[in-house]
Design a protein around this ligand. Structure first.
Ligand code: PGA
Length: 240
């Protein structure tokens, strides 16, 4: 089981140090699941330092595909690797919806991070309109196939997919365990990697979602911003 906390654009370096100190103490001795936090870029350095002596991993929230070059404002996955980042979150739906991420650019970013030696959590998921139009399966297939084309077999063990239905992100509306299971089963038929569920995961619903046979972990937004709720989700993962 893998539980990843996506902090989005929250927690600067000061809050990050405080949060990591408390998380470290709270999860001391915990080994029931792999735990990752994804701070925003200015806080990566502090998170890495604070969590260095723990098993808690630190991932960036995005990365470019090139090693270096004329890409003002972008971040090289090789530079992230150099600074001790363990992996990247790629193509979160907020990147797709608000910042023009496409299946093509998502694939390039996945490839760049894997080439740099990082782990990757690649995000996919349908919008509410797509689900209502009966397009969920087509969207999942299209998004997974785009990622699949760039992943070499030897890199598969460093890739996970996060299935995050867009209508469930930050809305308090969670996919039912059956909806999540159905999507995860399809994704795993297309690509043999762990699949995390994301979208309003909370301590109250985590155990039921994580109990589904094809749910291998969770990508947690809002509930990862508080030590207690994030730790409770990690503990739920350890119970299933
Ligand atoms: P949420 O966000 O848990 O706040 O719904 C999940 C995500 O965006 O990764």
């Amino acid at each position: 089981m893998l539980i990843a906390g996506n902090w989005k654009m929250h927690k600067g370096p000061v809050d990050t140090r405080e949060f990591c100190a408390r998380l470290r103490a709270r999860l001391h001795g915990f080994d029931g699941a792999d735990v990752i936090v994804c701070p925003s870029s200015p806080s990566l350095h502090d998170a890495i330092g604070m969590l260095a002596a723990t098993e808690i991993g630190v991932f960036a929230q995005n990365a470019h595909w090139a090693k270096e070059g004329p890409y003002t404002g972008e971040v090289s996955p090789w530079m992230l690797k150099d600074m001790g980042v363990g992996g990247t979150l790629i193509a979160h739906s907020e990147r797709r919806q608000l910042f023009g991420e496409t299946d093509e650019s998502a694939a390039l970013r996945v490839e760049g991070s894997l080439d740099a030696g990082l782990h990757v959590i690649a995000c996919i998921g349908e919008t509410e309109g797509e689900r209502e139009a009966g397009e969920t399966e087509n969207i999942i297939r299209r998004q997974v196939e785009a990622i699949k084309t760039v992943v070499e077999d030897e890199n598969l063990e460093r890739l996970a997919i996060a299935y995050e239905p867009v209508w469930a992100i930050g809305t308090g509306r969670t996919a039912t365990p059956d909806q999540a299971e159905e999507a995860h089963k399809l994704i795993k038929r297309l690509l043999k990697v762990p699949v995390l569920y994301g979208g309003s995961v909370k301590p109250e619903n985590a155990e039921e979602l994580l109990s589904q046979p094809d749910v291998d972990g969770a990508l947690v937004g809002g509930a990862s911003l508080e030590v207690e709720s994030f730790a409770a989700i990690c503990e739920a993962a350890a119970r299933v």
